[in-house]
Design a protein around this ligand. Structure first.
Ligand code: ZN
Length: 137
C-alpha cells in the first residue's frame, strides 16, 4: 500500500518542546505522515531578518518535501518562552504580550510567503506553551 503523507511540520529545536510537539501531532493522527524541519525559533527563524541566512534552506526543504512526499499542508508550531523570540525582543521587557507579538509577526510573514509560493496548499500556525496550552493564530 502506498503511504499517504500529509504535512511538513516546522518547529523549534528547543529540547523541552520535542515531546509536546510529538504528542500534539500524535493527537492529530499524523505520526509517520509528516516531514519535519526543525530550526531555532520555528517561524521566527525562517522569517526574521536577524536569521536571514536560514530562510533559503527552509523554503528549499519545503519544496523538496512537496515534490517527494506530495504533502498538502505546512504546520507551523512556535512555542512560548522561545529563545529566538527573546533574541528578537532584545533589551525590551519580555512579557507574554511582547512575545505574542513577535510570534504573530512571524506567522503573518510565513503565511504571506507560503500562499504566494504555494497557493493550493494549506498552512496552519499554532503557538504552544510548556503547559501544553495551544493558541491558534
Ligand atoms: Zn524556541
Amino acid at each position: 500500500m502506498k503511504k499517504k503523507y500529509e504535512a511538513m511540520v516546522l518547529s523549534c529545536i528547543d529540547p523541552r518542546f520535542q515531546p509536546i510537539v510529538f504528542n500534539y501531532l500524535k493527537k492529530k493522527n499524523l505520526i509517520g505522515k509528516y516531514s519535519l524541519f526543525s530550526i531555532a525559533g520555528s517561524a521566527i527563524g525562517v522569517t526574521a531578518n536577524k536569521f536571514k541566512k536560514w530562510h533559503k534552506v527552509f523554503w528549499e526543504n519545503l519544496e523538496t518535501s512537496i515534490k517527494l512526499h506530495k504533502i498538502k499542508k505546512l504546520i507551523v508550531i512556535n512555542h512560548r518562552d522561545c529563545g529566538a523570540a527573546k533574541i528578537l525582543n532584545g533589551k525590551k521587557f519580555f512579557n507574554e504580550l511582547n512575545e505574542a507579538k513577535i510570534h504573530k509577526i512571524s506567522f503573518l510573514k510565513i503565511k504571506k510567503l507560503f500562499k504566494k509560493k504555494h497557493p493550493k496548499l494549506k498552512i496552519e500556525t499554532v503557538l504552544i506553551s510548556l503547559n501544553k496550552k495551544v493558541e491558534k493564530f
